[in-house]
Structure formats: structure tokens, C-alpha cells
Design a protein around this ligand. Structure first.
Ligand code: C2E
Ligand code: MG
Ligand code: MG
Length: 251
């Protein structure tokens, strides 16, 4: 498939909202209950098959069309969560590349109002690897989102180059430790030390921690012992179309 034909197919998909959502559970470590689901967008390109999100989302960013995908995901998932039988948390990924438009907070507000979802159930994840644009604009926009009563997660923590700056300057409520770090727990004592210190750092800044990419009981045990509040990964559940609470409460 050429780049140009993928671009055309993606534009078509965006104009028809031809995406699906996979759901990934978030476990609260202390209670071992699923407390939230993260929405992960999927694109099945006709005649080609599933395209890896990292590829089509980067292409959408390049085409300046990522806002359209993120807007659809927000509206779709807020409505879905409002219909769950349990009032669990909803976590949605948004590309930081359009924070500078200052339209992200308005889009979130519109999705909350259209669905009736309580803002306290929603959290928005921004990947630390992304481009946050001018810092004054991103700080203002993230503060507007916080003012809606929505939580903010710094995703993929430990992979980008501006992790500490973002932690200090921006109003995040949680850091999500990247799975590259989590995979090395128990194999390298220096990694164990770094993870312990990152948990301490987050807690000292009044933030909670989630670890992503947890695949073994050993990783889970280590994170639990050091106070990591939430866990995600194949050990708990893989991203899937089906989820336990996706039926409307009326059925
Ligand atoms: P992310 O938000 O960090 O999501 C976690 C990714 O890690 C997912 O990949 C998930 O399948 C994978 N993963 C989770 N646990 C494990 C594990 O235990 N082992 C392994 N090997 N992998 C695990 P996915 O679905 O390919 O998503 C990639 C990225 O695409 C996401 O990373 C997120 O940054 C972005 N993304 C997904 N949905 C959206 C969306 O609706 N909008 C935007 N802007 N970005 C999205
Ligand atoms: Mg995420
Ligand atoms: Mg991540």
C-alpha cells in the first residue's frame, strides 16, 4: 500500500467515522477491582486489514486530521460509558498536537454535555512523546480541562525528553509509567530503583500512578508493594471489543 493511497483511505474513514473502539481494563491495585476502561481506537482499512494505531494516528497528525478522530472517540466513548451498568471511569487518549488550537477543552465539554456523563468519571491521557506545542497555550488549555472536573494523565511516562518539565509545569493528576520500564522490573535492580523513585515522586506531587504493560505476577507484586494505585496490561486484560459493562442499564 502506498502512502498516498493510505492517506486517501484514512480521509475516507475519517469522513465516515469508520473506526472502532477496543476497551482495556484498569485495575485498582488495592481492591483488585476493575475501576475504569481505557478506549483504544482501531481502524480496519478496507482491503488491507487492521492498521497499527501508532501508524494511522501519526498519519492523521501529519494531515492535521487527528482532531476529527479524537472528537469522534470522545463523543462515542462518553455516550457508551454513560450507558454502562456500573459508573466506572473512562480514559480517553487525545493527541497533544492540537492543544494549541485551544479547542480540546471545548470538545470535551461538548462530549460531556451531549452524553450527560459526569466529568469526574472521565480522564484524558496525553502521551509524553507527543508535541504539546507552545507551553503557555498547553498549560492554559490543560487548566481549562481540569476546571471541567476531568482528570489528566501524563501517558507513556519515562519515554519522552521533557518528562520532568511537563510534570512540574502542567496540571496532571496521574502519571502512567510506560510499559518499556515495567517490562524490566525484577530483571535489573537499577530499573526497580527508578520505578520506586518515580512512584515516590508522583505521590510527593499529589499525583497517582498507573503502570501499563503489566504482564507478570512479579511485576504486579512489585508495583503493589510500592503503592502503585492502578495497573493495566495483558495480565489484567487485553484490548477487546467486548467488555463486561457495555450493555445499556435498561436491558
Ligand atoms: P497507550 O495509550 O499507551 O495505550 C497502550 C498501548 O499499549 C496499547 O496499544 C495497548 O494495546 C498496549 N498494551 C497495553 N498493555 C500491554 C501489555 O501488557 N503488553 C503489550 N505488549 N502491550 C500492551 P495500541 O492499542 O496499539 O495503542 C497505541 C497508542 O495509540 C496508545 O498508547 C495511544 O497513545 C494511541 N491511541 C489509542 N487510541 C487513541 C485515540 O483514540 N486517540 C489518540 N489520539 N491516540 C490513541
Ligand atoms: Mg493511553
Ligand atoms: Mg501508554
Amino acid at each position: 500500500m502506498t502512502d498516498t493511497s493510505m492517506e486517501e483511505d484514512l480521509k475516507q474513514a475519517i469522513s465516515h467515522n469508520a473506526f472502532q473502539i477496543n476497551w482495556m481494563p484498569v485495575l485498582e491495585t488495592a481492591t483488585e477491582h476493575v475501576v475504569a476502561f481505557e478506549a483504544l481506537v482501531r481502524w480496519n482499512c478496507p482491503g488491507v486489514g487492521n492498521i497499527v494505531p501508532d501508524i494511522f494516528l501519526k498519519l492523521a497528525e501529519k494531515l492535521k486530521l487527528i482532531e476529527n478522530i479524537d472528537r469522534w472517540v470522545l463523543h462515542y466513548t462518553c455516550q457508551a460509558a454513560q450507558n454502562w451498568e456500573k459508573p466506572l471511569g473512562l480514559s480517553v487518549n487525545i493527541s497533544p498536537s492540537w492543544l494549541e488550537t485551544e479547542r480540546v477543552s471545548k470538545t470535551i465539554e461538548a462530549a460531556l454535555s451531549a452524553s450527560g456523563l459526569a466529568p469526574s468519571r472521565l480522564q484524558i491521557e496525553f502521551s509524553e512523546q507527543g508535541n504539546f506545542g507552545p507551553s503557555d497555550l498547553s498549560r492554559k488549555e490543560l487548566s481549562r480541562i481540569r476546571a471541567l472536573g476531568v482528570k489528566l494523565v501524563l501517558d507513556d511516562f519515562g519515554t519522552g525528553s521533557q518528562a520532568l518539565e511537563r510534570l512540574i509545569d502542567l496540571p496532571f493528576t496521574q502519571i502512567k509509567l510506560d510499559r518499556k520500564l515495567i517490562h524490566r522490573i525484577g530483571k535489573d535492580s537499577r530499573v526497580d530503583t527508578v520505578v520506586r523513585c518515580l512512584l515516590h515522586l508522583a505521590h510527593s506531587l499529589d499525583m497517582t500512578c498507573c503502570a501499563e504493560g503489566v504482564e507478570t505476577e512479579e511485576q504486579l507484586g512489585f508495583l503493589d508493594a510500592h503503592g502503585c494505585e492502578e495497573i493495566q496490561g495483558f495480565l489484567i486484560g487485553r484490548p477487546a471489543i467486548a467488555m463486561p459493562f457495555d450493555r445499556p442499564s435498561s436491558t
